[in-house]
Design a protein around this ligand. Structure first.
Ligand code: ATP
Ligand code: MG
Ligand code: MG
Length: 381
């Protein structure tokens, strides 16, 4: 049997292990906390990601390694890659870990991005804000997720405030200023590529964020065929350029018929959770097929799906369990403010049916605000 090693034991590793069980795979999850939620389904090794003893033990017990989080220390990924196949490869990981490297690559490939500039000092920040105009966003180049490590600059006074908050990070993570994009929609492409270069993408997903954290996703996103083709072409170019292996998400801002790339997530992605029930093959299964160089499964959709994220605490499951096409995912985590603890996917055959179910469950769960933008989109297009 084949054992897949996963660095990081969060919900992504957990859902990977669940998908891999039916493929007859075994897993070993490495995490630095002992109650990591993937540990409920897969053998776990607890230890520091940078400890060579721990990595050595991990390496000997696996056939191939992959990640459930993108901030794996580059040195650990490189050390492992010298000894076992590691997918995505350390170079792709390195690019995706650094917003500056990522945006440089997008630009090189002819993929539009928001205005951006490397920031080394308060003076750089002042100059860049003057050039870009406000609002704009100061972000750490590395280690940010769920909107953490970001400061939105709306007024002159915010410049100093942003520097006071993030300036101390300049050595550790680097900083980047981005112009604010007044997008019509946020989209993501979930795609997968194998070591031999086979490539597939699921239809586009539209995403809604609340305070920088994904709140809801709709797939397929109702976009024009030209936006759809452009987005998928970008994903393919990027995957080929990085010799990427596994699933990744390309996050895009859509304005009219323009697309600007926001970031590349080098892993299975929250905006792809709908593929578990809403597509012929889920992102988790295809990620495993890719890292094992197996044939990829079809990415065709089954009807229309909406994924709702549960942040902080799980709601009452009954309305979703009772709903036509409702599916419940509880990550087995304890409640904590801001934490992703689960999600639900509602699948339907038509946009109108999906809108109707979402309206009902939104009311029952007292979460009409969360479903409102999705219902709006379904009824407008
Ligand atoms: P993730 O959890 O997706 O990895 P992250 O912490 O890496 O998030 P981003 O994706 O850069 O952060 O930003 C989070 C959200 O903030 C975006 O999805 C978008 O809604 C908003 N945002 C980020 N950058 C910009 C921008 N330049 N203009 C407008 N909105 C932005
Ligand atoms: Mg990110
Ligand atoms: Mg993002």
């Amino acid at each position: 049997t084949t054992t897949v090693g996963i660095l990081g034991g969060g919900q992504l590793a957990r859902m990977m292990a669940l998908a891999g069980a039916s493929l007859g795979l075994r897993f070993l999850v490495l995490d630095n906390v002992k109650d990591a939620c993937a540990g409920q389904f897969a053998p776990m090794l607890m230890g520091d990601y940078t400890d060579l003893q721990v990595l050595g033990d991990f390496m000997q017990r696996i056939d191939v390694a992959t990640f459930d989080f993108e901030n794996v220390p580059a040195s650990s990924a490189a050390w492992l890659a010298e000894r076992k196949p590691v997918y995505p490869k350390p170079r792709a990981l390195a690019v995706a870990q650094d917003r500056l490297a990522e945006k440089s690559l997008f630009t090189e490939l002819g993929i539009d991005v928001p205005p951006y500039r490397d920031i080394q000092s308060l003076n750089d920040l002042r100059n860049a804000v003057r050039d870009f105009g406000m609002p704009c966003i100061l972000k750490t180049r590395r280690l940010g997720y769920d909107g953490k490590g970001q400061f939105r600059i709306r007024t002159e006074a915010d410049i100093q405030a942003a520097w006071d908050t993030l300036g101390a990070q300049v050595e550790r993570t680097g900083l980047i200023l981005e112009g604010f994009v007044h997008f019509d929609r946020e989209l993501s492409v979930i795609a997968v590529r194998t070591p031999s270069g086979a490539f597939r993408a699921w239809p586009l997903t539209e995403n809604w964020h609340v305070e920088g954290v994904l709140s809801a996703s709709l797939a397929p996103a109702p976009v024009t065929p030209s936006v759809h083709e452009q987005a998928l072409a970008y994903a393919r170019q990027l995957a080929d350029a990085l010799d990427y292996v596994g699933v990744f998400a390309l996050e895009l801002f859509n304005i009219g018929d323009r697309l600007l790339a926001n970031e590349l997530a080098p892993r299975v992605h929250n905006s792809g959770h709908w593929t578990i029930e809403g597509a012929e093959t889920s992102q988790f299964e295809n990620h495993l097929r890719a890292v094992l160089d197996l044939p990829l499964g079809a990415t065709d959709v089954r009807g229309v799906s909406c994924m709702l994220n549960w942040i902080g605490a799980m709601p009452d499951p009954t309305p979703i369990l009772e709903a036509q096409g409702g599916h419940w995912h509880d990550y087995g985590k304890s409640a904590r403010a801001g934490r992703k603890v689960g999600h639900a996917t509602v699948r339907a055959d038509t946009p109108e049916q999906l809108a109707a179910v979402l309206e009902t469950v939104g009311k029952q769960l007292n979460r009409s605000d969360q479903v409102a933008p999705v219902i709006d989109r379904l009824r407008k297009d």
